[in-house]
Design a protein around this ligand. Structure first.
Ligand code: AMP
Length: 189
């Protein structure tokens, strides 16, 4: 069973690579960002709450995020493995994830971080805003806040799994297929 954390700043290509990994390794994809966007689209109370934070480029509070994540994890008892995309983003989320997996006799196989520099991220997200129309991609101030949240709260998660000898960095610049080969190389050891 492969349980992979796909890690990296916004715009590092996690979503694109996750879709390819799901197909190749038959994994269930859990993206907390996609889940929040679905809640917002459906106008749920959870969506309304999350939107306040997302519009500012801030992280949604841990208790909201972890609760939503737990429900999704529990709804896939048949899964052969998971890819966690955009979760965990804080140390409490990482601790919660390890605890939830341990209850199911599972654990994280590895964390793969896609590395991309800040200027490239801003350029990519502004480009994505034109194509996909995500409000949080269209405003450079919001993008810079998201990068700030990543550096302040999320980057430590790499270190957390590094202490378990599970963290790997992969160059996130290049052709999609080239980056995908680099990721598969890490997974297959
Ligand atoms: P993403 O699509 O992963 O870039 O997430 C978009 C936004 O959703 C983020 O900027 C956060 O506001 C929120 N979000 C997604 N995942 C999390 C998480 N694990 N913890 C807190 N906020 C999150």
């Amino acid at each position: 069973m492969i349980n992979l954390i796909l890690f990296g700043p916004p715009g590092s290509g996690k979503g694109t690579q996750a879709a390819k990994l799901v197909e190749k390794y038959n994994l269930v994809h859990i993206s907390t960002g996609d889940m929040f966007r679905a809640e917002i689209k459906n106008g749920t109370p959870l969506g309304l709450k999350a939107q306040e934070y997302m519009n500012q480029g801030q992280l949604v509070p841990d208790e909201v995020t972890i609760g939503m994540f737990r429900n999704r994890l529990d709804s896939h008892p048949e899964a052969e493995g998971f890819i966690f995309d955009g979760f965990p983003r804080t140390i409490p989320q990482a601790e919660a994830l390890d605890g939830l997996l341990a209850e199911k006799d599972m654990d994280i196989t590895c964390l793969i971080a896609l590395t991309v520099d800040d200027d490239e991220i801003v350029a990519r997200l502004l480009g994505r805003a034109l194509k996909e129309g995500r409000a949080d991609d269209a405003d450079e101030t919001v993008i810079r806040n998201r990068i700030g949240e990543y550096n302040q709260k999320t980057a430590q998660v790499y270190h957390y799994y590094d202490m378990q000898d599970k963290s790997y960095s992969v160059d996130g610049i290049g052709e999609v297929d080239e980056i995908f080969s680099r990721i598969c190389f890490v997974i297959e050891g």
